[in-house]
Design a protein around this ligand. Structure first.
Ligand code: MTE
Ligand code: MO
Length: 518
């Protein structure tokens, strides 16, 4: 066989897999977007990833962790597909069997997802049909082509007829491959477009709060460049979740159900929810994976229905000790019932910074619980609230060893100067944000080169559930300096210097940055 033949067989495996995956993606868009093979495999990898590896990925890759994972799954799949193609050079049946095994795996994973419906197997079935169809066709063509080059075939090798025949068969193979690629791309793109259709978020007009908050005061960022803005812009708000692609919820068929230990089960449509009295609250969210000085924290104005109003409608029983919230994809979060019922402003939020929640942040509705890390109180794409017990049900992260109750630890962050930066000597400021949600910040202190803790000036007070901007004017002398910061809560708790990793209930320690003044 000619040297290019191995490549051709491997390409046949890869192309037919691409065709199968693309067709499945299109069908998935129509029946159940998350059942698309790539997503089903990727999501399972996420769920099975051990906690230390996940922590590493969040730390080292940040929000790039998901593209990296998707690319790895895609590369692994294509390598496997290429292998199946090579195998088919010896035995077409063995190659096909290998591909079928790959599809079967994706199918099983799609069907066993927590939120999988009866249609979840359909995309894999289509992948098998299309993928194996293209594969069989391609392998048959390749065999014919190599037979045409074979000395035993007609016409005799080396004759002009043979050269022409070989060229023609190569051309038809290339055209076939091109057609498969183009059709696959079209199918995948259509699938993507379909999955994004429905009532568009941008077309939704939210009602106003019954008692709207005044606009926020001017923040320190106006006077001191580098300090995080008092309100985080929605498109700059950190995003943390287990989703490879965020759920696109069809708001017209979406329901919020409150069940479990309640007097009566309550079911609300999106419009029912919007018809309830809405409130506005300024609340800062923090992720438990945030390292000291990290960026997984953001402050926004949320519009929503007080959770208490919904619980009152349902009538909470006496047995429950946790509020188990479930997202549309089956992801779960447990929030201690005594936390959500202690009078704090827990919301079923529908709006963020004056707009409907974007898909990334939980459209159509999410839970917002001030004072606890996101993994115990900020369920996005919320669809069910179940009053139950910790003995009966364990949530996604609880099953993986993370804390059941996780109040946010007091923490201060230096935004400016940047770590390891070089700044000019003379008058400048050291500044940033500090948070201790639901306890509030009394004081922020800065220490330069191990000297005394100096009290920083604070920005506007937006309430105990919100972060506080701070700055310390500094006449920076030339040299290398070590700057540290810590915060003190309203109830006098001083941020500890004792370091803790994010696992299992949040990081601690004091941030120190090295700055060169020259
Ligand atoms: N459905 C769902 N909700 C979720 C998560 C998730 O993985 N899935 N992650 C939680 C975590 S760990 C955090 S920190 C917050 C982050 O919210 P944000 O992405 O809007 O900043 O969402 C929480 N809600
Ligand atoms: Mo988180």
């Amino acid at each position: 066989m000619e040297p290019s033949s191995r490549t051709s067989y491997a390409a046949a495996g890869v192309l037919s897999t691409l065709a199968g995956v693309a067709a499945a993606h299109l069908v998935a868009a129509l029946v159940d977007p998350a059942a698309s093979p790539v997503l089903a495999v990727g999501s399972t990898v996420i769920d099975l990833t051990p906690t230390p590896l996940k922590e590493w990925a969040v730390r080292e890759l940040g929000t790039a962790d998901k593209p990296v994972l998707l690319a790895s799954v895609a590369l692994g799949t294509l390598a496997f597909a290429g292998g199946a193609g090579l195998l088919a050079r010896r035995s077409a049946r063995a190659g096909a069997a290998l591909l079928l095994a790959l599809v079967a795996l994706a199918g099983v994973l799609a069907v066993t997802r927590p939120a999988a419906g009866p249609a979840a197997a359909l995309p894999a079935a289509v992948a098998a049909l299309v993928g194996l169809g293209v594969f069989t066709l391609a392998i048959t063509r390749l065999r014919d082509a190599s037979r045409a080059n074979d000395p035993s075939g007609t016409p005799a090798p080396g004759t002009p007829e043979a050269v022409l025949a070989a060229r023609a068969s190569r051309r038809s193979l290339l055209i076939g491959a091109g057609a498969v690629t183009a059709l696959s791309a079209a199918a995948a793109a259509t699938g993507h477009w379909l999955a994004g259709a429905g009532r568009r978020i941008a077309d939704i007009v939210l009602p106003r709060a019954a008692d709207p908050l005044p606009p926020l005061p001017a923040g320190l960022e106006d006077d001191h460049a580098g300090i995080s803005s008092l309100q985080t812009k929605t498109d700059r708000f950190y995003r943390v979740d287990t989703n490879l692609v965020v759920p696109r919820v069809d708001v017209d068929s979406w329901r919020l159900t409150i069940d479990g230990d309640v007097r009566q089960k309550v079911e609300l449509t999106y419009d029912d929810l919007l018809a309830m009295p809405l409130v506005e609250r300024d609340i800062t969210l923090t992720c438990v994976s945030n390292e000291v000085g990290g960026k997984y924290v953001g402050a926004a104005r949320w519009l929503g229905v007080p959770l208490e109003d919904l619980l009152d409608r349902a009538g909470v029983g006496t047995k429950a000790d946790q509020l188990l919230s479930t997202a549309v994809d089956g992801f779960t979060i447990s929030t201690p019932l005594d936390v959500v019922r202690d009078g704090r402003d827990v919301l079923i939020a529908v709006g963020m910074n004056g707009e409907p929640l974007p898909a990334d942040h939980g459209f159509p509705a999410r839970l917002v619980t001030p004072g606890v890390y996101g993994f115990v109180g900020a369920t996005k794409w919320l669809t069910r609230l179940t009053l139950t017990t910790y003995a009966a049900k364990r949530a996604y992260w609880t099953k993986r060893g993370w804390a059941t109750d996780a109040p946010i630890k007091v923490s201060a962050r230096i935004d400016t100067p940047r770590p390891l930066s070089t700044i000019e000597p003379g008058k400048t400021v050291i500044g940033g944000v500090a948070w201790a949600q639901h306890r509030g910040i009394r004081r922020v202190e800065v220490r330069i080169n191990g000297g005394a803790w100096q009290v920083a000036r604070l920005g506007p007070d937006v309430g105990v559930d919100y972060w506080r901007q701070w700055y310390l004017p500094w006449d920076a002398p030339t040299g290398r300096h070590l700057v540290a910061v810590r915060a003190v809560t309203l109830d006098g708790d001083v941020q500890t210097a004792v370091r803790a990793t994010p696992f299992p209930d949040g990081s601690s320690g004091v941030q120190e940055v090295v700055v060169t003044v020259a």
